[in-house]
Design a protein. Structure first.
Length: 307
């Protein structure tokens, strides 16, 4: 038994998410310095990512797999922890660091509680997601930022509005939407390797982060989505998806995903070499799969012909 196998672990997750959201909003208002991980420019990093990472470790101890420290743990140890009958927490301190740093809305904090190989409880908070979009973009005081918290616990999907990163109403049941939107999630990792055929009846929609993509699906703005990102991009969203009746299927053969969460990811905690379809049943997955194909490599630009 660990101290998080008691009934209050869900409350601890909710409190952590709100504290992280308030911290992130205040830090953004004060000004951010953006760096990048590795040699490329695709993965941004701010001091807020690192501060929330430290908060996570302070609150939940050693049984944590999260973006900023996962390399020091390694896949094998993470797989053992997630597979054990003890709570292990998988988290992303800030998902969507570039929209966060750029003053946009598609960012937030995610945390999942896992054991016996499955993500059992998930919490996502997007503290600026419900901002006023009919006005020109302008700075908003952190205390005035409106957002949403979405969670799944004991098989039920839940949500609450937030203000300044804090819930302003009790958690209430999040009912699944059955009204089609004819749009599916299509984030940058998918668009790097795959083509999408609009003529199949769907249009792709992207708000540039996995957490915003998950929120769009959970709140009925998308009919389905795809996932080929990292462990911490999916762990918190998966219990929410399942509570709303969505399942994962592998593209292109539309076979169900393995029950083990960590089995979806390679030794770098990445699913970039796979494409998982998040759909409401196999029939929908077959339809979505038919709209996707491997992208052909772009031929080199021909050398200029001298005349």
């Amino acid at each position: 038994m660990t101290k998080f196998q008691d009934a209050d672990y869900f409350d601890k997750m909710l409190t952590f998410a709100e504290d992280a959201a308030e911290m992130a909003l205040r830090a953004r208002a004060e000004g951010l310095v953006v760096s990048h991980k590795g040699e490329g420019l695709g993965q941004a990093l701010t001091q807020t990512d690192l501060r929330i990472s430290r908060l996570l470790h302070d609150r939940f101890g050693v049984r944590i797999v999260e973006e900023e420290t996962a390399e020091t743990i390694g896949w094998d140890r993470a797989a053992r922890m997630i597979g054990e009958d003890k709570w292990t927490f998988v988290a992303d301190p800030i998902d969507g660091t570039k929209p966060y740093a750029g003053g946009l809305s598609a960012w937030g904090t995610m945390i999942a509680a896992c054991r016996n190989g499955r993500a059992r409880t998930g919490v996502m908070i997007l503290p600026a997601w419900s901002g006023d979009r009919q006005l020109p973009k302008s700075p908003i005081d952190p205390a005035g930022q409106r957002g949403i918290l979405i969670a799944a616990h004991e098989g039920s999907a839940l949500w609450a509005p937030t203000l300044g990163g804090r819930r302003i109403d009790d958690l209430q049941t999040l009912e699944p939407s059955m009204t089609p939107t004819f749009h599916v999630g299509w984030l940058c990792q998918a668009s790097k390797r795959y083509l999408f055929d609009y003529e199949r009846g769907y249009f792709p929609w992207c708000e540039s982060s996995a957490i915003a993509d998950a929120a769009l699906l959970a709140t009925g703005r998308l009919d389905a989505t795809v996932h080929n990102h990292k462990l911490w991009d999916l762990a918190a969203a998966l219990p929410i998806f399942e509570a709303l009746g969505f399942e994962l299927y592998r593209w292109p053969d539309v076979t169900p995903a393995p029950s083990s969460l960590i089995a979806l990811f390679d030794n770098d905690f990445s699913a970039h070499s796979e494409l998982w379809l998040v759909c409401r049943g196999r029939d929908d997955a077959v339809k979505l799969a038919s709209a996707i194909q491997i992208a052909l490599p772009i031929p080199p630009y021909p050398a200029q012909i001298e005349t």
